[in-house]
Design a protein around this ligand. Structure first.
Ligand SMILES: [Mn+2]
Length: 429
């Protein structure tokens, strides 16, 4: 089946000259890695390629090859265009008349008179022959970049390459594989096929580095459940092709800003555990961000650290206050606790074990936190068939008051135990 889709993608690329590559807002290493590797390959094929994503890349991804070509709008140039309709009045000459700080563009018609109605200032999107959207479950996830250019998506064929379970198949061609660890894993398999078909090397060391970056980050360094034999096999092939794994690890996992460490400290000090409902969560408010002098993107990664260090918990989530909304990132440790479905039911989406959703922040953060925690607890109560009052055990300061491993409960259900012997050991911080 894939080969047929591969053929369709290849045909469409070959027919197109001007190609726009997009990935989701607040792009991560898989989004940018897949977009930039596609960029490098298409450019090598002689295409005119623009890569755009709504937000500037986070600092720790500035090492990615070709990151500097990424734009934050769908325009492919910084030119300002003044357009004159010459269908009615023939033009004779166009002059530029500089007067101090002012520049007049003087257009003289051959006959007749030009009016304001003949002049327009076309802005926004350029014409593209093809749009490729990578690592993006639906077009809304492109953020304001999509809202501002909706018509572009009606006029232009879209190829959708993604691995999110919630993908809405919005493309004319959809290469969606929810069993893939990352978008770059899917793209690698296509590029491998393409190399074979064209009898031409396309996966250079830079392309391999970008592709491996997506797999490493989306699997949490091969720690998440999506670390399949296929993801490992693909990674081995990419290393063989010259992917610079140490460079990825160094920039993404071993370099943390002081503000990030401060922020993590704040989040960890607010971790709460409900052992009965097997859930662990923490919150991060605007004030916390300010206190740590941190950017909201700096919370990325902490949910995965919570996950790997909260044995017994089934659902781990982080509630984060952003400028206008509250975002909830969720992780699950088994396929029965389906945070993908839970998030979808709350207007978000994702995978069974990694998902998220957003809530409008009009009511005050505390209230939203209580509501979200209540919903997760209810979901778990129904799943686990728990009746009666929840037992909540807030950890005021986990470093000073470590939770000690608890004995098994009466009905032999394992309870959560986060044990930490030494100060600062919790969650591997
Ligand atoms: Mn991804």
């Amino acid at each position: 089946m894939s080969a047929q889709v591969y053929e369709q993608i290849t045909n469409l690329i070959e027919k197109s000259q001007k190609i726009l590559i997009l990935t989701h807002a607040r792009a991560d290493c898989d989004g940018l890695g897949s977009a930039l590797s596609a960029y490098l390959v298409l450019k090598e094929m002689g295409k005119d390629v623009t890569v755009s994503t709504n937000d500037p890349a986070p600092e720790n991804l500035m090492f990615l090859p070709s990151i500097n070509i990424v734009r934050n709008s769908v325009s492919d140039s910084n030119k300002f265009v003044i357009s004159v309709d010459a269908s009615r009045v023939k033009l004779d000459k166009i002059e530029v008349d500089e007067q101090g700080d002012k520049v007049n563009i003087v257009i003289t018609p051959a006959d007749g008179i030009l009016t304001q109605a003949d002049v327009t200032f076309p802005t926004g999107a350029d014409k593209y022959d093809l749009i490729m959207v990578l690592d993006t479950g639906n077009l809304e996830h492109l953020g304001p970049l999509y809202d501002k250019n909706v018509e572009l998506f009606y006029e232009t064929p879209v190829i959708n390459i993604d691995h999110h379970a919630s993908n809405t198949e919005f493309g004319q061609i959809n290469l969606v594989d929810v069993t893939a660890s990352s978008a770059t894993e899917i793209l690698f398999e296509y590029l491998e096929w393409l190399e074979n078909k064209k009898k031409k090397k396309m996966i250079t060391e830079d392309v391999a580095t970008l592709l491996l970056g997506g797999i490493i980050t989306d699997t949490g360094s091969f720690q998440h459940a999506n670390t399949s034999p296929r993801a490992l096999d693909t990674s081995a092939k990419l290393l063989d092709l010259g992917a610079r794994q140490q460079e990825i690890i160094k920039h993404i996992f071993k370099t943390k800003k002081l503000s990030t460490l401060k922020l993590w400290g704040i989040i960890l000090s607010k971790v709460q555990v409900d052992p009965v409902h097997r859930m662990v969560w923490s919150t991060i408010s605007k004030d916390d961000l300010q206190e740590a002098d941190a950017d909201p993107s700096e919370t990325e990664g902490i949910i995965d650290d919570l996950l790997t260090n909260a044995p017994g918990a089934e659902i781990i989530f982080l509630i984060k206050q952003n400028p206008d909304l509250v975002s909830i990132s969720m992780r699950s440790t088994n396929n029965q606790a389906d945070v993908g479905k839970f998030s979808a039911d709350n207007g978000g989406g994702g995978h069974i074990r990694a998902a998220g959703f957003k809530v409008k922040d009009g009511r005050g953060f505390e209230e939203i936190v209580n509501e979200v925690v209540g919903k997760v607890r209810q979901y778990q109560a129904e799943r686990l068939n728990i009746h009666g009052q929840p037992i909540v055990e807030p950890i005021v300061n986990p470093i000073e008051n470590p939770i000690v491993e608890k004995p098994q409960s009466a009905n032999n259900r394992p309870t959560i135990g986060i044990s930490t012997g030494r100060k600062g050991d919790l969650f591997g911080l």
